[in-house]
Ligand binder design. Structure first.
Ligand SMILES: Cc1cc2nc3c(=O)[nH]c(=O)nc-3n(C[C@H](O)[C@H](O)[C@H](O)COP(=O)(O)OP(=O)(O)OC[C@H]3O[C@@H](n4cnc5c(N)ncnc54)[C@H](O)[C@@H]3O)c2cc1C
Length: 472
């Protein structure tokens, strides 16, 4: 199996596929990892899937729990505050975590290096794909001037980012869901801790929308929306930054990077051609307002890893791969639309600006998806052919994640997912876990969350990605 791209999505895909027994070749065009920060937020659903990839415990000490979201007015006065549970939530991890993306990529890279089933080949650019009955032939250009070569793969996963070559090679195109938006992204380090609340600050000023937050350690992020015709360089003089960042003095900071980014809201019109599939930024792009760009891609490969493993081992029919887009695209679209809506509400001019003046809190509470996101990190349930919403409990639970409390098994404390194992599993009302490998494990749940969560079902069937398939 070939994964194209060693960004966070490609590396996570490789780990998850290898864990399911596949041999994985990762082809990455750059010789060294990308060291500049991009994503800064991961939610607890995503942290939980990083647990499945075997990296969450290594990553956790390098993150900072997110306290929540503060909406500020142009004078930096707090309009509203939404707190997140910084201790473990229902997924067993803090509801939000701030992270320096290169730290995540370093932890993933170290895990890849110690996994014998994964071969990571850097300086290798994918330039062509040809499919036939035997699989996919991948053309690879050596970026160091060596000979071009071709590689034979049972399947190819394109995790090659926003300008994906794999997307182009399968004839897919990005479709806009909303307007593009230009921002100045400023990453800084401070020799002394800055007196900032440990959460995300959103400045709801239609004249100059801004976001800022402490990331981890001495790292901080500021983002400013650029006006039409304005260049990033117009804002990066010390005097301009002093006005924008007040009361923080930019002269006392090390500017790590000041770059213009165009945030897009786009989804690919094809996610699969035969045995070639797209995941991560190659399949979708979102504005940053709900911090889900990377999270969406990691969810893609968490789901795809068990489906690909089932198809490639012959356990499931190739048609299972059709359910990948059917399940992931509506979820991705819902979060992209939410990011667009939140962006308009928090930073837009005109009517939404006057609504803000009337009371942000009231607005946010009126819109259920926004209210849920502001107070709770759950993302929309999955819908599609592989979740069965029949029955009272089925309607409530199918498509959602089973909670992950700490449980005890024979007196030993462990996380529920470690008991569920890598395959599908059934949890009964007596708290017996029936695993795909035939083992039955009695768990005790000191937290007391599992039984009430089952809503009277006798048994809940859980997929390998911890999504409830059905409840009976
Ligand atoms: C300023 C900014 C802030 C962000 N904030 C957040 C946030 O808070 N939360 C969040 O979840 N997301 C955020 N994101 C989005 C997040 O960074 C991306 O979604 C994420 O990096 C995408 O990962 P990826 O692995 O899909 O793609 P990438 O990280 O782009 O990796 C793609 C890899 O593929 C390689 N490649 C490309 N073409 C080829 C080829 N032909 N052959 C071989 N290799 C190839 C590239 O070199 C690259 O290494 C932010 C993005 C930006 C820019």
């Amino acid at each position: 199996m070939v994964v194209v791209g060693a960004g966070p999505v490609g590396l996570t895909a490789a780990l998850l596929l290898a864990r399911r027994g596949l041999e994985v070749l990762v082809l990455e065009r750059h010789r060294t990892p990308y060291l500049l920060p991009r994503a800064v937020h991961l939610d607890d659903e995503v942290f939980r899937l990083l647990q499945d990839a075997g990296v969450a415990d290594d990553l956790a000490p390098r993150t900072r729990p997110l306290e929540g979201l503060r909406l500020l007015d142009a004078g930096r006065r707090v309009l509203a505050e939404f707190r997140r549970d910084a201790t473990a939530g229902s997924n067993g991890w803090p509801q939000g975590a701030l992270v320096h993306q290169p730290d995540l990529e370093e932890v993933l890279g170290a895990a890849v290096a110690r996994t014998p089933r994964i071969d990571l080949c850097r300086g290798a650019e994918v330039t062509g794909l040809v499919q036939d009955g035997a699989g996919v032939t991948v053309s690879v250009r050596d970026r160091d001037g060596g000979a071009d070569r071709s590689v034979q793969a049972a399947a190819v996963l394109g995790c090659d980012g926003a300008n994906s070559t794999v997307r182009e090679l399968i004839g897919a195109r990005m479709r806009d869901l909303g307007p593009a938006d230009r921002w100045l992204v400023l990453d800084v380090r401070s020799p002394v801790p800055l007196p900032l609340w440990p959460g995300v600050h959103q400045v709801c000023d239609p004249r100059r929308a801004a976001t800022f937050m402490p990331v981890t350690g001495d790292r901080y992020r500021w983002e400013f929306r650029l006006a039409p015709g304005e260049a990033a360089a117009d804002l990066t003089s010390t005097a301009a930054l002093r006005a924008l960042m007040t009361p923080v003095d930019p002269a006392a900071l090390e500017i790590v990077r000041a770059a213009e980014y165009t945030f897009r809201a786009q989804v690919a019109d094809r996610w699969r051609a035969g045995r070639v599939l797209l995941a991560g930024d190659a399949a979708h792009l979102t504005p940053p307002f709900v911090g889900q760009g990377l999270g969406l891609g990691l969810r893609d490969v968490h789901q795809l890893s068990w489906k690909l493993a089932a198809v490639l081992s012959g356990e499931a029919d190739e048609g299972l791969l059709d359910s990948y887009r059917a399940e992931r695209e509506p979820h991705a679209r819902a979060l992209i639309r939410l990011a667009l809506l939140l962006g308009r509400l928090m930073t837009g001019g005109g009517r939404s600006a006057s609504v803000l003046r009337r009371g942000v809190l009231a607005v946010v509470r009126r819109i259920p998806a926004v209210a849920r996101l502001a107070t709770d990190s759950r993302t929309p349930p999955l819908r599609g052919p592989l979740v069965d919403r029949r029955g009272r409990a089925g309607r409530r639970l199918a498509g959602t994640l089973v909670p992950q409390p700490w449980v005890t098994v024979d007196g030993a404390r462990c996380r529920l997912d470690d008991v569920l194992g890598d395959g599908k599993a059934t949890l009964t009302a007596d708290l017996v876990v029936r695993r795909a490998d035939g083992r039955e494990v009695q768990v005790e749940d000191p937290s007391g969350v599992l039984r009430p969560w089952m809503h009277g079902a006798d048994a809940v069937d859980v997929r390998p990605d911890r999504i409830v398939r059905s409840a009976r």
